[in-house]
Design a protein around this ligand. Structure first.
Ligand code: ZN
Length: 112
């Protein structure tokens, strides 16, 4: 893909994200429901396709993020980003404490 086509593609994606953000901020309830029904399945399918491409191989390396010279251990940045935005970001209910990764479990700090 040449540079101009890459820029056109990126701009189209940014503009689409801007439209969705604008709709989420300003659309009335019936419009928002309609957008949610049409766009949520597209977004979830897009995430699924992306994550499928980044599934670790049998040795625990991401086939998309790895190169011939450097193997990238899973979870790669795509999986970490998915977790951050879809799970830790509050879209999904918080997993039970024993199911959360260690970095998410915070110990309570006593109030002085
Ligand atoms: Zn990857």
């Amino acid at each position: 893909m040449d540079e101009i086509l890459g820029q056109v593609l990126r701009n189209a994606v940014w503009e689409r994200l801007d439209v969705l953000t604008e709709l989420a901020d300003r659309a009335d309830a019936p419009s928002l429901l309609s957008v949610a029904r049409s766009e949520l399945p597209r977004l979830t399918e897009g995430w699924r396709a992306l994550l499928t491409a980044h599934e670790p191989d049998e040795r625990g390396h991401c086939p998309e993020c790895s190169t011939r010279w450097r193997q990238r251990k899973a979870p790669c940045s795509v999986w970490r980003s998915a977790y951050e935005h879809l799970v830790a970001g509050g879209l999904a209910p918080r997993p039970a404490r024993h199911l959360r990764p260690a970095h998410m479990v915070r110990t309570a700090v006593p109030v002085p």
